[in-house]
Write a protein that binds this ligand. Structure first.
Ligand SMILES: [Zn+2]
Ligand SMILES: [Zn+2]
Length: 282
């Protein structure tokens, strides 16, 4: 087990579907005089011929994610693809390091702007859009409609054999460390209040949801989940969802609640400390 920077055992990595692994570790956020935890997760999808990494985690998590990757990839199909849902740092902050350590890997998705930071890797950046697929051997990774998007460049991913959706900032919510939620899937975290924790993200990272009729987005979410027959949801910030029928209604309630209530403030100033905390969600 890789030691956590939070000085406690890290429950990740965890297999959330066959050969689909949840990587990273918790991030503390202080809000409303409470300590919330969230993830800036990455996910590893291992195929028969190639493996694919979804997101790279927050820059502070990269040393942990790198060790998790090394252990999980030992003797398995090499890492040939990196898909990032969008350019924000908690999602893409390890991009240069992944491409440097895995010289076979190609960056896929909407690859706008990455060449400005990493011109040396431009030949390894491949544009993809909705409907484009990557064959990993025995399983396929498909780009799908990004219903909840943080940036115009956002795409969501979908693994077609075990039907795992990777929605980036969709399904964004915190969890309660004190309740033992760390490393659990949403259905195991019995005291998780999805209204409260989704509203935290509406304030901090998805502010446009305050001004939109989120019912429209909930309807689109239903359509997408039905069309793809999603079995598992692997969100970057929330806990993974393994019972979509039971949990999706609660997530939709959270989105509607987050857009309905007034802003509850940014990260608490009284807890402010010199760290990337205030930029750590998004
Ligand atoms: Zn946690
Ligand atoms: Zn995000």
């Amino acid at each position: 087990m890789v030691q956590s920077t939070l000085n406690r055992p890290n429950p990740l990595p965890r297999e959330i579907a066959p050969d689909v692994f949840w990587l990273g570790e918790c991030l503390e956020q202080r809000q409303q005089n409470k300590i919330y935890h969230s993830y800036n997760a990455a996910f590893l999808v291992i195929g028969e011929a190639a493996s694919l990494l979804v997101e790279t985690g927050h820059p502070k998590d990269f040393p942990i994610i790198e060790k998790q990757l090394q252990e999980l990839l030992r003797g398995r199909a090499p890492l040939k693809y990196l898909f990032i849902t969008h350019q924000e740092t908690p999602h893409s902050g390890g991009l240069g390091r992944v491409l440097r350590r895995y010289p076979e890997a190609i960056l896929c998705g909407d690859v706008s702007d990455y060449h400005l930071a990493f011109p040396e890797y431009e030949p390894r950046m491949r544009w993809m859009k909705e409907g484009d697929e990557i064959d990993l051997g025995g399983r396929t990774f498909l780009l799908v409609e990004p219903v909840i998007r943080d940036m115009r460049t956002t795409w969501w991913g979908f693994e077609t054999r075990d039907r795992v959706l990777f929605p980036g900032d969709g399904f964004a919510y915190s969890h309660y460390h004190e309740d033992g939620h760390c490393g659990k899937v949403a259905e195991e975290a019995e005291t998780l209040d999805l209204e409260d924790t989704t509203a935290v993200f509406a304030d901090l990272a998805l502010f446009w949801t305050k001004f939109a009729d989120m019912q429209n987005y909930c309807d689109r979410l239903d359509e997408l989940v039905k069309k793809l027959d999603v079995k598992t949801v692997a969100p970057t910030h929330g806990l993974p969802i393994t019972d979509v029928a039971a949990t999706l209604p609660k997530v939709k309630e959270g989105l509607l609640y987050g857009s309905r209530v007034a802003e509850r403030g940014t990260n608490d100033a009284t807890f402010a400390r010199p760290s990337p905390m205030t930029e750590a969600v998004g």
